[in-house]
Ligand binder design. Structure first.
Ligand SMILES: Cc1cc2nc3c(=O)[nH]c(=O)nc-3n(C[C@H](O)[C@H](O)[C@H](O)COP(=O)(O)O)c2cc1C
Length: 332
């Protein structure tokens, strides 16, 4: 099945799909910080894409691209329909979620429990591949529950790859389907990066990006010695300047100061405020920009408190920058 080429360069750095976090406003901010990163939407269920409020669920600003739509589901026909809608709405890739362990997701037979059903995942992938001409990719775990069988994981990858998926994002830990919350499932099952490295070594034709617990430029560069890409989730959200440093490190470019990057958001913020959006919906994604800096708390405080007030506008962002810079100067 012909699939549009996707350059490995654009997969070296990606920002993980994160429900309630990686909405369109967040992705616009991340794009400014990391011009070369690949961005992912929050997971949207295929049914919702087909029957829900598309203007809200598939909201996308053109500056975000390259951006992938992450789908949840396990009905090949519905997924194919949703993938087609995603392509029509300007997404560059369709990514299938085979990693989410929540009870709601298990009841709907999608997410991480699909690690146990490689044939169903393969059927879903081949239906989507036939429906679109953008790449169809999969984000998965190593296995579920107490499984500790590399061959089983490799078998899953092979079955899904044979259906036309060439690109895998491997969250390098198991999902425990019983007894752990989704949050614990991102922390408790041990990370085993070596499985991601090994599958890349043994299947060099596949593109493998590793995900899970990556929080520094140095670690990212180490992972990139063994895999094609790194996908960062929580660290990118809580410390977005890390994305900028990583993007610069990978491209050999210069880093820009935080305040300068933030000011590049101004036209976007003001255009959204003009449309009636409250500042708090964008500001919440900006709070971590000065993470770890002497003025970081002041920035977060001024912005988070003020953004909830009626009529809050860009002036508040400037006040937050000024508060931060005055703390920075007194720390110097
Ligand atoms: C708030 C939150 C929401 C998430 N939502 C999704 C999701 O919608 N789809 C998905 O595949 N993974 C989701 N994840 C998992 C992340 O994509 C990622 O695999 C996980 O956080 C491990 O990467 P990290 O250690 O870099 O954060 C979510 C994670 C967080 C913290």
């Amino acid at each position: 099945m012909p699939v549009a080429p996707l350059s490995i360069d654009s997969l070296r750095l990606s920002v993980a799909p994160m429900m309630d976090w990686t909405d369109s406003h967040c992705r616009v901010f991340h794009r400014l910080l990391a011009p070369r990163a690949r961005l992912y939407t929050e997971m949207v269920h295929a049914n919702a894409v087909l029957q829900g409020d598309r203007a809200r669920l598939l909201a996308r600003d053109p500056v975000e691209n390259p951006v992938a739509l992450q789908l949840g589901g396990s009905d090949p026909a519905l997924l194919a329909g949703a993938a087609r809608v995603g392509q029509e709405h300007g997404f560059d890739e369709i990514n299938l979620n085979v990693g989410c362990p929540s009870d709601r997701v298990q009841a709907g037979r999608f997410g991480a429990c699909l690690m146990k059903e490689p044939t169903l995942v393969a059927d879903s992938v081949s239906a989507m591949v036939a429906a679109v001409d953008i790449p169809v990719t999969v984000k998965c775990r190593l296995g579920v529950d107490e499984e500790n069988d590399y061959d089983r994981f490799a078998g899953f990858i092979d079955t899904v790859a044979s259906a036309g998926c060439r690109i895998f994002f491997v969250h390098a830990r198991n999902a425990w389907l019983k007894g752990l919350s989704p949050k614990q499932n991102r922390e408790v099952p041990p990370l085993r990066y070596d499985w991601a490295y090994r599958i890349k070594r043994e299947r060099p034709d596949l593109i493998i990006a590793v995900n899970g617990g990556i929080a520094t430029v140095e670690d990212s560069l180490l992972h990139l010695q063994h895999t094609d890409g790194v996908m960062l989730g929580r660290a990118a959200y809580h410390d977005p300047y890390l994305l900028h440093r990583l993007d610069a490190a990978l491209s050999g470019g210069e880093t820009l100061p935080r305040a300068q990057l933030l000011r590049a958001m101004r036209p976007y913020v003001e255009s959204r405020l003009d449309q009636g959006l409250a500042l708090k919906h964008i500001a919440r994604h900006l709070l971590g920009l000065f993470h770890g800096q002497p003025g970081g708390r002041a920035f977060r405080q001024v912005l988070s408190e003020g953004a909830h007030r009626n009529g809050a506008d860009w002036t508040l962002v400037e006040q937050a920058i000024a508060a931060t810079e005055s703390r920075l100067q007194s720390a110097a």
